[in-house]
Design a protein around this ligand. Structure first.
Ligand code: ADP
Length: 682
């Protein structure tokens, strides 16, 4: 038979997937049922929106058949079906799922990931020999349990995070965990050709015309042989199947039917009481699932595990959510919904490839897979669905934005998400901190991108690292612990907490007993400057021009000292030219001799962030070199002022360069810096 190889990376991923993602093999059934249900949803939706078609929900069903003699498990649906092309595209490339184009987004990873033996490129030609002789890593992976650790290590070594794979639509392929061969027979709705797709997993697939009555898809799994560690026969057992369906697919809204063997007393002619009754087996077709969508069920009847399973089935494949929330809203707009926050950051979350959105149902009919208009950008991490009886089925993507109902739902969701997050913050700090680690940056972007419009909504959700307490705190918590007389919320920026701790600017502030919020992310200072004040307290950087740390007397003294040494500062400024805007006496330093700060709205940290972006427009903060008037270095400078102006220049340049290094900036001429130091030493 003619075989086509899978596209190269598919094979590789298939091996990994089979061995790594799913610890519970039984979920293969969930995946196949869910695909069948989707196919019926698609067809049903078509019938609602296209003229001349008329289907009823009850026309659809999924049928499971277990054949113990032949060791096959069959899952049949009368959904939309697939054309030849769709069979090839959907099942021939592992990652071709939904809207995600895996190959584009992961080019780099895949390059790293390709072992030499996968040299055979995509082979669209029909080619017998190619498939038979391939030495693929999957050959080894066939015995799943034995191969697991090696495959996983290899993947890690290749820098490819296995978690990533779980985020793709590998649903169908999970059936290879239990099957040695999979046959898919499908006839697309409206077509009069049927096709048979067949594959043993690793070495490609074959496809040929086939006879099939009616549209839809039939999937036949030839189960693997049992071995010591795995009993595949269990998936033919009706009780096991009933169990799995109940556990993972109960809410599927189409009936999942199966002929069950039951036992009843045999009807006998004479009714002699003393004789033990005889029994006979008979077959009866039962519906295995309750068919009520989870979101329509009474919250009291649904437990945490149900929500988690539902999430895995619909949104994740492999990972439970961090939290969930079930909404039944009534009033001006009524809707049911389930919202989830993922446990981890999706691999492409902070990139423009990531698509936000919730599934949108109109009275139980899926009308959109990802409705972006339901979620504000700042909460784009939320997954889930919304079902409302008030929506029109024929609503188009363009109309959605204008739709009053959709707007009303979005507004209500926005409030709900915020209150859910606040609740989590209050009731489960550890979980919240986990959430914040993954998605906190998005909240800060939200404040920045909205130019402050969303500040009130988001500022109470923020966490910052407190230098004093060495843990994450909210702005409200910072306020609670403020020292008497403290009027300002202080923050400091740097590439890491430890670097921030070492900044000369932080010493005096901490010494006064004031806490400092340590900001380490690029967006941090931009966002906090937009917040600007919290509950009437100004938020200031420890590098801000005016920190107000001194008493009245101290201020007077500093002013006097600055006046006395005016010429020294002027000389130093001249030595540095336009590298700095000013050299001045510092009011913020304690044991350190110098620091670099800036005047004006652009801080040094912001300058760094902006200049790291790929544009030609470099910005420059108005740098100020500050000198500690109580430091021996200052005394040395004052001595040089009159006696050795050249040396004063050298010292000034040295100090400036030191200040740059402390701030984490590079120095323009490191060689002359090094030479100057050597000169001092000799
Ligand atoms: P996902 O379901 O995440 O998209 P799968 O690997 O499970 O990924 O399926 C890939 C694609 O194959 C589906 O998106 C769908 O287009 C198609 N497909 C799978 N099973 C069926 C089916 N029973 N009927 C029609 N199409 C199907």
């Amino acid at each position: 038979m003619k075989k086509k190889p899978f596209k190269a990376e598919s094979k590789r991923l298939l091996g990994l997937m089979i061995n790594s993602i799913y610890t519970h093999k039984e979920i293969f059934l969930r995946e196949l049922i869910s695909n069948a249900s989707d196919a019926m949803d698609k067809l049903y939706f078509k019938t609602l929106t296209e003229d001349g078609l008329s289907f009823d929900r009850s026309d659809f069903e999924i049928f499971i058949e277990a054949d113990k003699d032949n060791r096959t498990l069959t899952i049949r649906d009368n959904g939309l079906g697939m054309t030849k092309e769709e069979l090839e595209n959907n099942l021939g490339t592992i990652a071709k799922s939904g809207t995600m184009d895996f190959r584009q987004e992961n080019k780099d990873n895949l390059e790293k990931f390709k072992p030499e033996r996968m040299g055979e490129e995509e082979n669209e030609e029909e080619d017998d020999s190619a498939s038979e002789s391939q030495d693929t890593p999957l050959d080894a992976a066939e015995e799943t349990t034995a191969a697991q650790p090696a495959e996983e290590d290899e993947a890690k070594e290749a820098g490819f995070d296995i978690d990533i794979i779980g985020q793709f639509g590998v649903g169908f392929y999970s059936a290879f965990m239990v099957s040695k061969e999979i046959t898919v027979i499908s006839k697309a709705y409206g077509s009069n050709e049927a096709w048979r797709w067949q594959s043993e997993g690793a070495d490609g697939y074959s496809i040929e015309p086939y006879e099939k009555e009616g549209f839809g898809t039939t999937i036949i799994l030839a189960l693997k042989d049992n071995h010591d560690e795995e009993n595949y026969s269990q998936y033919l057992d009706q009780y096991k199947i009933q169990d799995i369906v109940k556990k993972y697919s109960d809410y599927i809204r189409y009936p999942i039917k199966m002929a069950l063997t039951k036992r009843r007393p045999k009807a006998t002619e004479d009714s002699d009481d003393k004789k033990a009754p005889e029994y006979e087996d008979y077959q009866e077709i039962d519906t295995l699932n309750s068919m009520v969508p989870l979101w329509r069920r009474n919250k009291n009847e649904v437990n945490g595990e149900d929500y988690e399973q539902f999430y895995m089935e619909k949104f994740s494949n492999y990972e439970i959510p961090l939290t969930y929330s079930h909404i039944s809203a009534e009033g001006t707009i009524s809707y049911d919904g389930i919202l989830y926050i993922p446990l981890n950051t999706p691999y492409n979350y902070y990139s423009k490839e990531y698509e936000k959105g919730l599934q949108l149902y109109a009275n139980g009919v899926l009308i959109m897979e990802k409705c972006a208009d339901l979620l504000p950008d700042c909460f784009s991490f939320v997954r889930g669905l919304v079902d409302s009886p008030d929506l029109s089925l024929n609503i188009s993507r363009e109309m959605l934005q204008q739709d009053r109902q959709v707007k009303a739902i979005a507004k209500s969701l926005d409030k709900r998400i915020k209150s859910d997050l606040l609740k989590l913050l209050k009731n489960d700090r550890e979980k919240y901190e986990g959430f914040f680690k993954n998605f906190g940056m998005q909240l800060k972007f939200g404040i920045y991108n909205s130019f402050g419009a969303d500040k009130d909504k988001l500022q109470d959700l923020l966490l910052y690292h407190s230098l004093k307490e060495d843990k994450m705190v909210t702005l409200a918590e910072y306020l609670e612990k403020m020292t008497e007389g403290q009027e300002t919320i202080y923050y400091a920026c740097g590439s890491s907490i430890s670097r921030i701790r070492q900044l000369p600017q932080t010493e005096l502030v901490l010494d006064k007993g004031y806490d400092i919020l340590a900001l380490t992310e690029d967006v941090d200072e931009f966002a906090i400057k937009i917040i600007n004040e919290y509950q009437g307290k100004t938020i200031k950087s420890v590098s801000d021009k005016d920190l107000d740390l001194e008493s009245k007397e101290e201020k007077e003294a500093t002013k006097e000292q600055a006046e006395t040494h005016k010429d020294l500062f002027t000389a130093m400024k001249e030595a540095l030219g336009d590298k700095v805007k000013e050299v001045r006496l510092s009011k913020r330093l304690k044991s350190h001799p110098i620091c670099l700060t800036s005047d004006g709205p652009l801080s040094i940290e912001m300058e760094k962030v902006l200049n790291s972006m790929p544009t030609d427009n470099q910005v420059k903060a108005d740098r100020v070199l500050e000198i500690n008037g109580n430091h021996p270095v200052f005394a040395a400078l004052t001595k040089l002022e009159g006696s050795d102006p050249e040396k004063l220049k050298t010292y000034t340049t040295l100090l400036y360069h030191q200040a740059l290094l402390i701030e984490g900036l590079t120095i323009e001429d490191p060689v002359s810096f090094a030479n100057s130091i050597c000169e001092l030493m000799s």
